[in-house]
Ligand binder design. Structure first.
Ligand code: FAD
Length: 414
């Protein structure tokens, strides 16, 4: 009998968590698992600001999909999903092009019986003029590394030529403030260990349309993070909107301009674009696919959507790592019952374990429940716990603990 194909699109937090769990629950003589991802490595997206600031690297933190495929008994198809045709149950992958613009693989198609979409999201530029052309984003490992490569060049130029390099981060949500903190920390460390005052040649500004940093967090945390930003010399502009980005400045809603050699756009999210007949299905205002309470795409029995690119009908959740992971755990536990249409499957219930933010090594802050707040080492440990447990889940206990020890020794020996 021909095996049924379960195809997972996107091996980010939701996709890989789903795969490493479902592989233990299915009968491999009846089902085949396949992962499609445009990147060759899994990365923990909440770490991308550390890649952008140069304090972590893909070589250290990336997990090869090919190796995970062998370990967890699935196949891996590298490629960018360009089209999903639900009538033909077929996915079209764009040609696979390497960094030298050479075509490594031609356009291909992948057939599925069941599809799990976990394609994530990207920053939402709200159609702001110039963002596409001149701003960086850090929502993909390639973009984060591109920003860092350029940042290094500019820092070298401004330090040697005694000029100022202006970095503007648009959006003071968790991504924006964590990036600002990480860049400030990298510059401070680089200045400490060399004869150059790198930090004196960089002007770091963060712009937020609302009246406080971290608008999604409790006020007390916003206040502590604002204080940290002030202490480390990050300029914050609140109640200010960027209406245009150009090659060397940003235009503010007041009409004023601000010098900006590198602009990083971190505001909001928008689900990853896909074309094909799936594009006609119902979407949220952020282009997320609307699902029922068990993550089944509306009107599509054989398609499930989890993570940032999904939105539950009438009960949307914030696009966070915590949500993506819990959705993957739920879907993997109930997947066989869902595809076999077993009645009375319990709905997904989200458990909110609080919000955490780390501003480099300058401070970590978190809130739980109605009024509990933590900061310092405890908040830092809680922040890294989610990543480390994810890492152990994918690599297994022994290799996961080895990877954690290796990270610790690396940071100690720098
Ligand atoms: C810099 C940054 C910091 C963040 N910090 C936090 C935090 O502190 N706490 C928190 O809870 N959340 C944080 N988030 C949000 C969190 O990372 C996301 O909510 C989470 O990663 C969503 O998981 P996902 O699996 O839906 O998407 P992702 O983890 O983004 O995975 C999507 C996968 O799909 C692949 N993909 C995308 N498009 C295609 C395509 N067309 N074809 C093939 N493959 C494709 C990608 O390569 C990726 O592997 C942060 C996000 C960013 C960008």
């Amino acid at each position: 009998m021909k095996k049924k194909q379960i195809v997972v699109l996107g091996g980010g937090i939701a996709g890989i968590e789903f795969l490493v769990r479902i592989t233990k629950r299915i009968d491999h003589s009846k089902y085949e698992l396949c992962l499609v991802d445009k990147n060759e490595f899994h990365t923990w997206k909440p770490m991308l600001h550390t890649f952008a600031a140069g304090s972590a690297s893909l070589q250290e933190q990336g997990m090869s999909f090919l190796i995970q495929a062998k370990r967890h008994n699935f196949t891996f198809q590298p490629g960018e999903v360009s089209e999903i045709n639900t009538e033909k149950k077929e996915i079209i992958l764009a040609p696979y092009i390497d960094q030298h613009d050479d075509e490594i693989l031609p356009q291909r198609s992948v057939k599925y019986d069941y599809l799990v979409m976990a394609l994530g999201s990207k920053a939402n530029d709200f159609n702001t003029k110039g963002v596409d052309e001149f701003a960086y984003t850090i929502d993909d490992v390639g973009y984060a590394l591109e920003f860092y490569e350029d940042l290094k060049k500019y820092i070298m130029q401004s330090t040697i030529l005694h000029t100022k390099h202006h970095v503007v981060i648009v959006g003071a949500g968790a991504t924006g403030v964590e990036l600002a903190g990480e860049i400030a920390q990298t510059l401070q460390q680089a200045s400490q260990y060399t004869d150059h005052d790198f930090d004196k040649h960089i002007d770091l500004t963060i712009i937020q349309s609302g009246d406080r940093v971290l608008p999604g967090f409790k006020r007390k945390i916003s206040k502590s993070v604002q204080q940290t930003m002030d202490n480390i010399g990050v300029n914050t502009l609140l109640s200010t909107r960027v209406v245009e980005v150009t090659k060397d400045h940003v235009v503010l809603d007041s009409g004023k301009t601000l010098p900006a050699d590198q602009v990083v756009w971190t505001t909001g999210i928008k689900a990853t674009d896909v074309t094909g007949d799936i594009a006609k299905t119902e979407r949220s205002k952020n282009a997320q696919f609307i699902t029922n309470e068990q993550f089944r795409l509306l009107n599509h029995e054989d398609i499930f959507v989890i993570g940032d690119c999904s939105s539950r009908q009438n009960a949307p959740l914030a696009p966070t790592a915590q949500v993506a992971r819990q959705q993957a755990i739920y879907l993997s536990a109930n997947f066989m019952n869902l595809i076999n249409k077993v009645p009375h499957i319990p709905p997904f219930v989200y458990k909110d374990y609080g919000s955490l933010v780390s501003v480099g090594r300058y401070g970590s802050f978190g809130s739980f429940g109605a009024n509990a707040h933590i900061k310092g080492v405890l908040a830092h440990l809680a922040h890294v716990f989610l990543y480390r447990s994810h890492q152990i889940n994918i690599l297994g206990a022994f290799k996961g603990i080895c990877a954690i020890c290796a990270d610790f020794l690396r940071s100690f020996s720098r």
